[in-house]
Ligand binder design. Structure first.
Ligand SMILES: Nc1ncnc2c1ncn2[C@@H]1O[C@H](COP(=O)(O)OP(=O)(O)OP(=O)(O)O)[C@@H](O)[C@H]1O
Ligand SMILES: [Mg+2]
Length: 463
């Protein structure tokens, strides 16, 4: 991608020589003889590096410098000052100029400076990319359950075929984004961008111009042309999260990109071709969305070329403690706490909970518990109240997807009923603040029958 350099100077000779010299080095150069022309252009088209003369016929370079950084904080401005004008150079640097050059300068000096700028910026973006890769390498997908082993195989397959469109399905918090990143960073596109767009987070008009970009003047606020995420992701991966919420008009446009690998900017008249792999994700019931007419069937087929289904955590309970220990290790270090593991009863609670929020919920629970815990092992008291309750309730009304109580090997009818009775009485007594008459009323029992229950279950001394 050629770098755009804008030269603003009222002396024609300077404009001409800089343009000649820099173009011969492969840069794109535009020149302007006054501030007004320059600003009009910059507002519409932007630019990477601006070489700005301080004394212009219609404006002061220092004021223009402020205007440039206001329009685009990433633009790099070099101020050209008169020989010996140290004050101006200092003010320019204070106002955010990258550097200054005093006149008269040699072309070589300018060329070296531009080179320095380009290298520094290149390095910055490479560093950013490198850090991201490193982070992604370490955010491993954990799980030893058979379903997770299969998932890892599917990720590898998807990574190898790096043009295939992938759809990741799974409940909230099951790791869809994690999987999308893994696919990208294991694929041949790893050193190209991974761009993540949440279809549910922005309005559909905004999303359209985010995805496809817009031409100058396409709508009221479009003061300059803007590249969309499809263009920015070129060569890499575009991750469309929460695809179930896509507006119908956007569905048509997305379908076109998937079919023809080309699109138009908003307000644009020419086609732009891109080589982007699309990975989408959803926790929505897409078949139902098609039935209700909210999702186009043809789009669904295009997105659903290679499907990866993420199992909910409750369907792979053998991974719960493995994940819990991993998260404990992470937070123990972060909060500098001396905690070695989980107490046996805490493990039981965790292993029997249903985790509607899946791995994310487990991670949050462990973070909170690590903070709260004051002993060397995580106790049930550091678990959230609703989790302890949910586990008890699940026990009473048994979870139909799990094994039924009488299917368990050590099932004993009488003991089971007793335990349910005891649990109900204990809970209701606690709710009634230990007042027997109130508890009896809540349970629809006589006071005599309640007293009998308390005695039977050895609860007299507690209430
Ligand atoms: N198998 C796993 N191993 C380790 N960490 C995991 C695993 N699955 C999920 N996580 C962690 O759980 C959290 C939620 O994962 P992620 O954001 O990928 O879920 P999601 O499916 O995209 O959720 P949502 O539908 O809410 O967007 C993240 O912190 C992620 O690192
Ligand atoms: Mg997500």
């Amino acid at each position: 991608m050629a770098i755009d350099i804008l030269v603003v100077d009222d002396e024609e000779m300077i404009r001409w020589t800089l343009k000649e010299a820099l173009e011969s080095e492969g840069y794109n150069v535009n020149t302007f003889e006054n501030g007004r022309d320059f600003l009009t252009y910059f507002n519409a088209n932007g630019g990477d590096i601006v070489l700005l003369d301080v004394r212009l016929p219609d404006s002061n370079g220092l004021d223009l410098l402020l205007e440039v950084t206001r329009i685009d904080p990433d633009a790099i401005v070099v101020i050209m000052t008169a020989f010996g004008d140290v004050d101006t150079a200092v003010s320019a640097m204070k106002r955010g100029a990258f550097d200054y050059i005093s006149k008269p300068y040699s072309l070589e000096e300018v060329s070296l400076l531009i080179n320095k700028i380009v290298q520094a910026n290149l390095l910055k973006s490479q560093l950013h990319h490198y850090q991201e890769r490193l982070e992604n390498q370490f955010s491993r997908i954990l799980g030893e359950n058979q379903k997770m082993k299969q998932l890892r195989e599917h990720i590898q397959m998807a990574a190898k075929t790096d043009r295939t469109t992938v759809l990741i399905r799974g409940e909230s918090g099951t790791g869809k984004e994690l999987v999308a990143r893994q696919i990208h960073f294991q694929s041949g596109r790893a050193d190209k961008p991974f761009i993540d767009v949440n279809a549910a987070a922005v309005s559909s008009t905004l999303l359209e111009s985010e995805l496809f970009g817009h031409e100058k003047g396409a709508f009221t606020d479009a003061q300059r042309q803007k590249k969309g995420l499809f263009e920015l992701a070129n060569g890499g991966t575009l991750f469309l999260d929460e695809i179930g919420d896509l507006d119908p008009s956007l569905q048509v446009k997305l379908l076109r990109v998937l079919q023809e690998r080309k699109f138009r900017r908003v307000g644009g008249t020419s086609d732009i071709h891109v080589g982007v792999r699309i990975i989408s994700a959803t926790n929505a019931d897409l078949e139902k969305a098609i039935e209700d007419g909210r999702l186009r069937q043809d789009l669904f087929y295009r997105l659903n070329v290679f499907t990866i289904n993420l199992p909910p955590l409750r369907d792979r309970r053998d991974d719960i403690m493995l994940l819990a220990k991993y998260f404990l290790e992470e937070f123990r270090k972060e909060f500098s706490k001396d905690i070695s593991g989980f107490r046996e009863d805490t493990c039981k609670i965790l292993e029997s909970y249903s985790f509607p929020g899946n791995v994310r919920e487990l991670r949050n629970i462990i973070e909170r518990a690590t903070l709260l815990e004051t002993t060397s092992q995580i106790r049930p008291s550091s678990m959230p109240e609703e989790l302890k309750k949910a586990v008890e309730l699940e026990y009473v009304s048994y979870n139909p997807v799990e094994k039924k109580p009488w299917q368990m090997p050590d099932f004993n009818f009488k003991e089971y009923i007793d335990s349910v009775e005891k649990q109900i009485v204990t809970e209701v007594m606690a709710e009634a603040d230990g007042k027997k008459s109130k508890a009896a009323e809540m349970l629809g029992l006589t006071r005599f029958a309640l007293r009998h229950q308390l005695k039977k279950h050895d609860l007299d001394s507690e209430f």
